[in-house]
Design a protein around this ligand. Structure first.
Ligand code: XMP
Length: 485
């Protein structure tokens, strides 16, 4: 009985154990399509997601990720109200049509208009009489208003250019440019103001043609919740979150599964659940109706789960096991943790993942909330596991072992990662690596990368050979520098 446990023992593989075998190709890296899926209904142009960790994803990271075609998952180590406010910030960032339009009346005194513009950070206000649009007043009108001007009526532009509610973006842009105006009020049949479009928002939007957006044109955002926090999930959905990520160290747990069943009934946006590392866990979660599976028990750079609890499955084996089970149900698989190089992303997808989730590689960017620190003259940013003592103590996280009221069994460490510049730059290098890998194996799209290539197992010598060797490096290309600690 005991000896048997080691008889048919499987070998598990992780990133450094294997390489992908190149094959004859007619695919050029610049031609490949790297769009993929995060969950049943969330499609991404870039198969990369930022992790819900308090040193990785708040609204700034989520905005940057969505603009580049990925998605950011807001962490949950904060109050519901704070997390909901982050969702609001992301959703408002590029909303093309402002629905909650602030207006003034012709008789509003100018000092009051100045205060509204300043406190709400607005450059122009439609003027309404009763409910009807009768003019517009902008910051400029205020700047050039003489001392004798007392109310809006004295300075507003009366023949306002406006449009109807169903105007499309190009039409709106045309009107804005032709008339050299910055704001376009939208009115309904009765002349009531029902929206406002600003040129600034449209121009910003055009800068990010591959951004991940919802049907209304707003940036996509996800948010993590604890497995038993149904109320939080409902509140996040009300605020417009696009996907809920149920965040637990071990999702294959009866209490978690029961709670997920209830959550499924309360929430209609996609639910991604994890973390898991086995096909049985995948089957059980899929049977409840989850829309995505987050795979990885212990591979993360800050994780100590495998050391503390002795548990885990080497990441590529975990991904391929889960992907095999998920394939029959068409549920996307997210490879979470342990990714240090763009080559690791290629290997994760070639093992069956639809996309990857990164913590460490994003923690050092401008957009992460971690603090900047200087160590031996070099810039770093703080990064910590959500199961580290620091994260457990400062927040509400129950992801990892809170055993007893005030004592913790931490499953993560706290530290710092090198400063890595803007998310956009990091993503450029990572996606460049993915495209290069796809060229070598002849994969035109992510589906082909998931299914076509074959692996070869490598030895420790093979691994040594893989990295630069026998040279004193004098010039590192930016993408190699990116990965140095
Ligand atoms: P990387 O390698 O990208 O991993 O830094 C990020 C992922 O690690 C997981 N995570 C943890 N795992 N203890 C753990 O065992 C922790 O304290 C911890 N914090 C985060 C998580 O899945 C994340 O996306």
């Amino acid at each position: 009985m005991y000896r048997d446990k080691f008889q048919n023992i499987r070998e598990g593989y992780t990133y450094d154990d294997v390489l992908l075998i190149p094959s004859r190709t007619s695919v050029e890296p610049r031609e490949v399509d790297i769009s993929s899926r995060f969950s049943r209904h969330i499609n991404l142009k870039v198969p990369i997601v930022s992790s819900p960790m308090d040193t990785v994803t708040e609204s700034g990271m989520a905005i940057a990720m969505a603009r580049q075609g990925g998605i950011g998952i807001l962490h949950r180590n904060l109050s519901v109200n704070q997390q909901v406010a982050f969702v609001r910030t992301v959703k408002k960032e590029e909303s093309i049509i402002i629905r909650n339009v602030h207006t003034v009346a012709p008789e509003t005194p100018l000092p009051e208009v100045r205060t509204i513009m300043k406190t709400k950070n607005i450059g122009g206000l439609p003027v309404v009489s009763g409910e009807k649009l009768v003019g517009i007043v902008t910051k400029r009108d205020l700047e050039f208003a003489g001392k004798d001007k007392k109310t809006v009526e004295d300075i507003m532009v009366r023949n306002v250019i406006y449009s109807h509610d169903n105007v499309d973006m190009n039409e709106a842009l045309d009107i804005l440019f032709k008339n050299r105006i910055e704001k376009l009020p939208l009115v309904d049949k009765t002349g009531r103001v029902v929206g406002l479009i600003t040129a600034k928002d449209i121009i910003t939007r055009q800068k990010f043609p591959h951004a991940s957006r919802d049907a209304k044109g707003q940036l996509l955002v996800g948010a993590a919740v604890g497995p038993f926090d149904i109320e939080r999930a409902v509140m996040l959905e009300k605020e417009g979150v696009d996907v809920i990520v149920v965040d637990t160290a071990h999702a294959h747990n009866d209490n978690v599964l029961n709670s997920l069943k209830k959550m499924r009934k309360e929430v209609s946006v996609d639910i991604v659940a994890g973390n898991i590392a086995t096909p049985e866990a995948a089957e059980d979660l899929i049977s409840i109706g989850v829309d995505g599976l987050r795979v990885g028990i212990g591979p993360g750079s800050i994780c100590t789960t495998r050391i503390i609890a002795g548990i885990g499955v080497p990441q590529l084996t975990a991904i391929s096991d889960v992907a095999e089970a998920a394939a029959e149900h068409d549920v996307p698989v997210i490879a979470d943790g342990g990714i240090r190089y763009s080559g690791d992303i290629v290997k994760a997808i070639a093992s069956g993942a639809n996309c990857v989730m990164l913590g460490s590689l994003f923690a050092g960017t401008d957009e992460s909330p971690g603090a900047e620190i200087l160590l031996s003259g070099r810039k770093y940013k703080t990064y910590r596991g959500m199961g580290s003592i620091g994260a457990i103590q400062t927040g509400i996280s129950d992801r990892y072992g809170k055993i007893g009221a005030n004592k913790f069994v931490a499953e993560g460490v706290e530290g710092a990662v090198p400063y890595r510049g803007r998310v956009e730059e990091v993503l450029f290098q990572l996606t460049g690596g993915i495209k290069s890998g796809m060229g070598y194996v002849g994969a035109r799209n992510i589906e082909e990368l998931r299914t076509k290539p074959r692996f070869v197992k490598i030895s420790t010598n093979g691994l040594k050979e893989s990295h630069p060797h026998d040279i004193r490096i004098t010039s590192e290309p930016p993408n190699y520098q990116l990965y140095q600690i």
